[in-house]
Write a protein that binds this ligand. Structure first.
Ligand code: ADP
Ligand code: MG
Length: 415
């Protein structure tokens, strides 16, 4: 259960700093009988009209329950997939409405439109304490264009606005950003609040030692995160293919490993800047190809054969990263350590997930960001063993890069 699994309170925010207003700041009178328009992230994977993973639906339940318990009329907006601004039955939210109805003890109505009189009427008709889900916002051309006219139409669907769609908060769309300018109060839902608390705390005032573990395929997608985190962390542990670009920068043989030649210069720069704070894998699991996984063997990083490729960190590295995790108080992880989709190259990633789970048990704050890293944690059934698993891959990366998330910036602030 990403995002909502740990059942722990998010870290407290310093009270003298302005923060994003939360649904918890609203009084019962502001909610009872009123139409709470909630932007959720129900962008779930589908096979036909079967939902293959309902994590995102379950992640929105705490906010929905808070509102139905308070006697609000809950009106839900979401996007699903990329229907390109026109109705497309393959991306209908109808299956999501049915799943939501199974998960909630209250009635869930589905309306096949968004910006229509029917939709507006439904928001008045549903009884207090119940839910209506409207159709995919991306069926409307004004959504991704952030058309102010659409934002004003959407504002007719509620008496107040709650954004709980962390996964879409890095997009300035009509239902995430534009609407917050016309419908007030505009506050964060519980999931969005939790995401901001964990990721924000890690950047602003982490319990130390604070280490970041970064992996994944490409250094290019993570370069701004590395630059943003380097001055804040006590240590940065590198894995994944991006380690190979650093190896190349160190003059090591990388064989057939995935390297970004045009980033080697940047990697050199980062190595010089970081000094001892940046750790690269000491050893590597290599093989002639992914298809020849049965020939996988560990080698020292200085001994990668010219006709083989690194597909995972080696066992010595997994062990020493595990020890570093055990001594840290805050651990932020983004990006798998290897090609975790293909055993045995999942070993490094699994070792990190287990070490983090153990650290959580010992009282450390553990945060996982990134779609593939979250999938790896889910594969190990360790979601509930982490302090926080972010529900937003792209959004969490942009947040960690220090960028403002438009969907958050547009919300009310409280002193
Ligand atoms: P996240 O979604 O968690 O941010 P990324 O998308 O950056 O992670 O990277 C995940 C991908 O990186 C996975 O598909 C994995 O197979 C790939 N990867 C990791 N290590 C290697 C490697 N050594 N060689 C090739 N691909 C790798
Ligand atoms: Mg990814």
């Amino acid at each position: 259960m990403l995002g909502v699994s740990a059942g722990r309170e998010p870290p407290a925010e310093p009270s003298d700093v302005a923060r994003t207003a939360s649904v918890r700041d609203l009084s019962p009178a502001e909610l009872r009988g009123r139409r709470a328009l909630v932007r959720v992230d129900f962008n779930v994977p589908l096979e036909g009209n079967r939902i293959t993973d309902d994590t995102r639906i379950r992640a929105a339940l705490p906010t929905i329950r808070l509102l139905t318990d308070a006697g609000a009329r809950v009106v839900l907006l979401s996007h699903l997939g990329r229907p390109k601004g026109k109705p497309d039955a393959r991306f209908s939210l109808d299956p999501v409405a049915r799943r939501l109805g199974e998960l909630l003890p209250v009635p869930v109505r589905f309306v096949e439109t968004v910006d229509s009189d029917d939709a507006v009427r439904s928001t008045h008709e549903i009884p207090p304490g119940s839910v209506v889900l409207l159709e995919n916002t991306r069926f409307l051309p004004g959504e991704e264009a952030n058309d102010p006219r659409l934002a004003r139409e959407l504002a007719k669907l509620g008496d107040l606005f709650i954004n709980d769609a962390f996964g879409a908060a890095h997009r300035a769309h009509a239902s995430t950003e534009g609407i917050a300018h016309v419908l007030r109060p505009a506050v964060a839902g519980l999931l969005l609040e939790k995401e901001l608390a964990y990721l924000g705390q890690a950047l602003a005032e982490p319990r130390r030692p604070f280490i970041a573990i970064l992996g994944g395929a490409k250094i290019s997608g993570k370069i701004d995160v590395i630059a943003q985190l380097l001055p804040r962390v006590d240590g940065m542990l590198i894995g994944g293919a991006m380690a190979c670009t650093f190896y190349r920068a160190m003059g090591l043989e990388v064989g057939r490993s995935l390297v970004e030649p045009e980033r080697v210069f940047m990697a050199k720069d980062l190595l010089a800047q970081a000094g001892a704070r940046l750790t690269l894998p000491h050893d590597a699991m290599v093989a002639p190809s992914l298809q020849a996984a049965q020939q996988a063997h560990p080698v020292a990083r200085s001994a990668i054969p010219a006709n083989e490729a690194m597909y995972d960190i080696g066992p010595r590295t997994a062990e020493s990263y595990g020890r570093a995790i055990a001594t840290a108080r805050t651990i932020l992880w983004n990006g798998p350590m290897g090609v975790f989709e293909t055993p045995p190259f999942d070993a490094g990633t699994r070792a990190i997930a287990r070490a983090m789970a153990a650290a959580t048990g010992d009282g450390a704050v553990t945060i996982v960001g990134g779609g593939d890293s979250a999938a790896a944690v889910a594969q190990e059934a360790l979601e509930s063993a982490m302090s926080h698993v972010s529900t937003g891959g792209g959004a969490s990366l942009e947040f960690l890069e220090g960028k403002t998330l438009p969907g958050v910036a547009a919300l009310d602030q409280v002193a």
